[in-house]
Design a protein around this ligand. Sequence first.
Ligand code: NDP
Length: 297
Amino acid sequence: MTAQKIDGKAIAAALRGRIGAAVQDLQNRHRKMPGLAVVLVGEDAASQVYVKNKGVATKEAGMTSLEFRLPADTPEEVLLGKLRELNADPAVNGILVQFPVPAQISQQVVIDTIDAAKDVDGLNPANAGRLVSGLDALTPCTPLGSVILAKETLGDLTGKHAVVIGRSNLVGKPVAQLLLRENCTVTTAHSRTSDLPAVCRQADILVAAVGIPEMVKADWVKPGACVIDVGINRIDAPEKGRGKTRLVGDVAYDDAAEVAAHITPVPGGVGPMTIACLLRNTLTAFCRQNGFEEPEV
Ligand code: NDP
């Protein structure tokens, strides 16, 4: 079998298009548009690219994009002051602090300070708790994007056995919760799981969110499974020339694609869904804050 490649780029572009149309419709009816504030502390090169891409995508969707760049030596209290200001600003519906933050700032304190209603990263414990409780929640973007890809590919996920490798607050745990909400039978695996390959072989849906390049081998994959590879790992690529690198996922793609029925590539799979879901969360936050009906996107 050669698996069908799940085209995250196309699915994300379609989602962004639907979000843009919904924003336009809300603007026409209410003369208001969603606003997303992104805060970057320091000059980390990768973070600067992420923030720039988020700003471009936000504007393309017809939303207001606000960017705040603070120096690397910004004291924690100054950042928290900025976040309190944004919490109180009615034109700001979503707030995202680009992680990682410099060492003098606690990531958890930042997460706790952002108003849960504006927490478009879905990391605030109030949102994590609401997700577990089956209540409306803002949900972390990469997990949301991963589950959308599985649903777009398989349709109804009811009764499927999903194995999630990874239990971080950012990816593994929320993916597992979202799959549970879709009526999957969910197994969460991690670094202490016994006989991980055997656990993975039970999966109708296998989600890898580990951070180890190409760890999941072909014989870990159940024939016909749907494989969602969240991992983004940069490895040396001497075949491309001296000092060159390339991106790979947590799954050995070529080999696993011989066994799976559906598989996400890296890049071009889960990655593009993350920004699309950030826009979706901003739209959701905007509607809930204003008491508007949430459009189906
Ligand atoms: P973390 O490092 O926070 O978590 C990794 C998880 O993998 C942990 O739960 C850990 O288990 C588990 N793990 C580590 N080693 C093994 C092993 N040998 N066997 C089984 N499980 C193991 O990473 P994140 O969750 O933040 O990210 C995971 C991956 O997803 C990374 O590659 C990251 O780059 C990528 N990512 C991609 C995004 C995207 O937009 N596509 C966004 C966010 C992340 P334990 O808890 O026991 O230590």
